[in-house]
Write a protein that binds this ligand. Sequence first.
Ligand code: SIN
Length: 311
Amino acid sequence: MVNLKTSIAGIPLESYFFNASGPKCMTLEELLALAASNSAVVMSKSSTFEPREGNPEPRYCNLEFGSINSMGLPNLGYKKYAEFAPLLKVQTTKPYFVSVSGLKLAENMEMLKYLSEIKDIDALELNLSCPNVIGKPQICYDFDQTREVLREIEKVAKKPLGLKLPPYFDFVHFEEAASIINKHNIAFVTCINSVGNALFIDPEKEVVVIKPKGGFGGLGGAYIKPIALANVRKFRELLRKEIQVIGVGGVDTGVDAFEFLLCGADAVQVGTTFQKEGVKCFARLETELKAYMFQKGYDDISDVKGKLKTL
Ligand code: SIN
C-alpha cells in the first residue's frame, strides 16, 4: 500500500494533493465541495480586505495545454473566509488554509492579524504574486518591497504562514528571493503562481481569448509545468530545510505529481485541472500517483522526495 500522507507546517495531510487558491474555492458551497472531496486541504480563494467582483468577463479560458486567466481576485472579502472556518470544520477534519492577497501592506497586516485569531483556520498563504490586478505589479518581482512586506507581516501573522511566489527565471533572482525568505518566519512557499501576462490568440478569429488587459493573463496548466518544476527544485535547494515547498503548475496526472516529488515538493496544489475536472480530480490523481509509485517499487513519498538525478 503506497502512502501519500504528508504534512505542511506540522499539520498532517491525508494525501499529497490539494486545491490551488484559484478556481472553485470562492463560495461556501465550493469550499464545502472541497471539504467533501479527496483534496487534502480546503484552500480558500485569495481574499482581499473588501469583497471584489474581479475583472470583466470573459476572464478565464481553457486552452489545449492549460489555461489563461485574468480573474482579478474576485472574492467575498476576508471576513467571510473567517466566518466559513467553523462551518467547514463541522463538515471535515481536514485543514483549512486561507489565502490572503491585500492590495496594500496595511491591508495584508490587518487581515493576517485578524485571521490569526480564528481557531478553525490552520494556516495562511500570502499571495504576493497575482499578475491580474490592474495597476498593481507582482510584489515578489520587487525585492525591496518583498523585504519590507516580510519584515512587517511576520509581526502579526501568528498562524503558520506560506508565501505564494511568482515564477522566477534567472538564478540570480532565485538566490535573491530565497535569501530574503530565509531570514523570516515562513513555513512554506508555494511555487508557482501562473506565468503572468501571457497572450493567447485565436488566429481564426484574429482575437485574444480573455477581455481584461487587452487579452494578457496568467498562463497555467501543462504549458508551465517545466517552469514550476524548476522553481520547486531551485527553492528546495536554496531555502532553509525548515521551509517547505509546495508545487503548483501543470499537475494533471499522477506522473506530473511524481516529477514534483522528485524536485522536492512536500505537497502539490491543483489549479487548471481542478477547474476543468472538478473535485473528482483529487481521487484520480491519488490513484495515479500510487499506481506509478507502486510500479516503481516505492512505498512512501519520502522514498522519492528530492531524489531527482542529474547527468
Ligand atoms: C486571480 O484571481 O486573478 C488569480 C489569482 C492569482 O493569480 O493570484
